[in-house]
Design a binder for this molecule. Structure first.
Ligand code: FES
Length: 112
C-alpha cells in the first residue's frame, strides 16, 4: 500500500518573518506557526496541547530553541514540538521547513 507524502507548500517570503519572530500561516486546512529563530526556520501546529493557545503569538527563546504558549506559558521545543514545561504534557506537531531562494516552504507532518 502506498502512502502519499504531502508536498512542500510555499507559505511566506523570508523577509516577512524577522529573526526572532513568528507568523501564522495556513497550509491546507491547518494553522501553522512559522518560526524564525537564530537563523533557522521551524513550523509547529499553532495549537498548544494544554488548552489550544495560539503558539504563533508566544515569545520565542532562540537560545533554548523554544516557544512559550501565550496563555499559561508552557514551552515547546521548536524542532520537535515536544512539551518541555507544564501545564502542557503532550507534544504539538512539528512540520518540515525549507528555504528556496526567497521562499519559505512547509511540508505538513501528520500527528500519527
Ligand atoms: S493553553 Fe497553552 S499553556 Fe495553557
Amino acid at each position: 500500500m502506498e502512502t502519499s507524502v504531502p508536498d512542500f507548500v510555499p507559505v511566506a517570503n523570508v523577509t516577512e518573518v524577522p529573526d526572532p519572530g513568528s507568523m501564522l500561516v495556513e497550509v491546507g486546512d491547518r494553522l501553522v506557526a512559522l518560526i524564525h529563530a537564530a537563523g533557522r526556520w521551524y513550523a509547529l501546529d499553532d495549537v498548544c496541547t494544554h488548552d489550544g493557545g495560539p503558539l504563533s503569538e508566544g515569545p520565542i527563546d532562540p537560545q533554548e530553541r523554544t516557544i512559550a504558549c501565550p496563555r499559561h506559558g508552557a514551552k515547546f521545543d521548536l524542532a520537535t514540538g515536544a512539551a518541555l514545561t507544564m501545564p502542557a504534557t503532550k507534544p504539538t506537531v512539528a512540520h518540515e521547513v525549507k528555504v528556496e531562494g526567497e521562499r519559505v516552504l512547509v511540508r505538513i507532518h501528520d500527528s500519527t
